[in-house]
Design a protein around this ligand. Structure first.
Ligand code: NDP
Length: 342
């Protein structure tokens, strides 16, 4: 983070759409740490919204988007409402000429996500998706090492992304099937991470899933699935909201050696990376960063024409198409071909 730049540059005006836990705990702070000034909050519930705006020091707030979108000081918006609201909010923001950082999943259906991508293209605004695992120094190093052939040809990638869903989050995400349950919560992240690490796209999905404790038959809280990737690698993923005390693992098995990332699937820059070659372990030293601020920084750079966001709208569309295919594979008990709508 370039703190000097943040202090000297004029503040970028932001609108915050959704008075959510992630906005409260991480993203409003990340916006400020990267030189932004949250000017508006849009949220539906009057009491919750007023308390949130007061707590986070956001000067203006409304249950409608109109005031925020008409305010010319607002250059960018961050969307972290419930999943099903992302589509209408992103499309309205794009039509108002605002650049958009949208939390994952981009939408609840890939067909809707495509409409959002097209609306942003048409308006000439940047659309980024908060797939923050791309910002982890461990994952970036893994991607570089895999691309450089440091473990030979990657044949399998195993992702274990499990834990106990915090009680405060055991609401719409696991109670309302239209919000996509574990598939639109964790699978989008893990499919995006697999594509990012391997630089291959998922082509086929098979899987099993169930509701063991928190969800119901139409809102699963536990899943295990496999993907065949475009370059031939196999990806195997276990995700759960109901298995406490699991440390996440991301393991790439290659023809020459393996990479093991432990504890990296988190909201802070945590975890370790080990390379094993010919039976010997080597710890790869890495410096932690601020992963959400890194995502915001890359989004701001893209607005200024310096590169692409860490995850573009099309990356968010691809991860959603993959998660949709996993959910369909679980439901139909068949292998599903993954097609990203164009
Ligand atoms: P929350 O459940 O905390 O909040 C979602 C929405 O619910 C809020 O935007 C608000 O609606 C409403 N809400 C929440 N609390 C209250 C309350 N006390 N009273 C009234 N309304 C309330 O969502 P999360 O922070 O868990 O997730 C938000 C989005 O961010 C989701 O799309 C999720 O997938 C994504 N996410 C991404 C993460 C990442 O690391 N990239 C991590 C966690 C979540 P309103 O929109 O009207 O303000």
């Amino acid at each position: 983070m370039d703190a000097t730049k943040a202090a000297d540059a004029p503040a970028i005006g932001w609108g915050v759409i959704g008075a959510s836990t992630i906005a409260r705990e991480y993203m409003v702070d990340a916006i400020r740490r990267t030189g932004g000034e949250p000017l508006w909050l849009m949220s539906r519930d009057d009491t919750h919204r007023a308390g949130f705006a007061h707590e986070l020091g956001i000067p203006q707030h409304s249950a409608e988007l109109a005031g925020m979108l008409a305010d010319e000081r607002v250059k960018a918006v961050y969307v972290s409402s419930i999943n099903s609201l992302h589509r209408p909010q992103v499309i309205k923001a794009a039509q108002a000429g605002k650049h958009i950082l949208c939390d994952k999943p981009l939408a609840t259906r890939a067909a809707d996500a495509l409409k959002m991508v097209k609306a942003c293209d048409k308006a000439g605004v940047v659309l980024a998706v908060n797939h923050h695992f791309r910002s982890s120094p461990v994952h970036q190093t893994m991607r570089r090492m895999i691309a450089a052939g440091d473990i030979g040809e990657v044949r399998s990638l195993i992702i274990i992304h499990a834990g106990l869903l915090r009680p405060v989050l055991q609401t719409w995400r696991i109670k309302d099937p239209d919000e996509g349950a574990i598939y639109l919560d964790l699978s989008v992240h893990d499919i995006d991470l697999a594509s990012f690490l391997l630089q291959q796209q998922p082509r086929t999905a098979i899987g099993i899933g169930d509701a063991l404790a928190l969800g119901d038959a139409s809102a699963h809280d536990h899943t295990m699935y496999a993907l065949r990737m475009s370059g031939g690698a196999f990806v195997q993923v276990n995700e759960s909201f109901v298995t406490p005390d699991v440390e996440s693992q991301v393991m790439a098995y290659g023809s020459e050696g393996i990479l093991i990332a432990s504890g990296t699937l988190a909201q802070r820059s945590t975890g370790t990376l080990v390379r094993r070659l010919r039976g010997r372990n080597e710890a790869i030293p890495l410096r932690a960063n601020d992963i959400y601020a890194d995502t915001v920084e890359q989004f701001l750079a893209a607005i200024e024409g310096r590169g692409e966001p860490r995850a573009t709208g099309r990356d968010g569309l691809a991860s959603l198409a993959g998660a949709e295919a996993v959910a369909r594979a679980v439901k139909t008990r068949k292998s599903v071909e993954i097609k990203v709508p164009e």
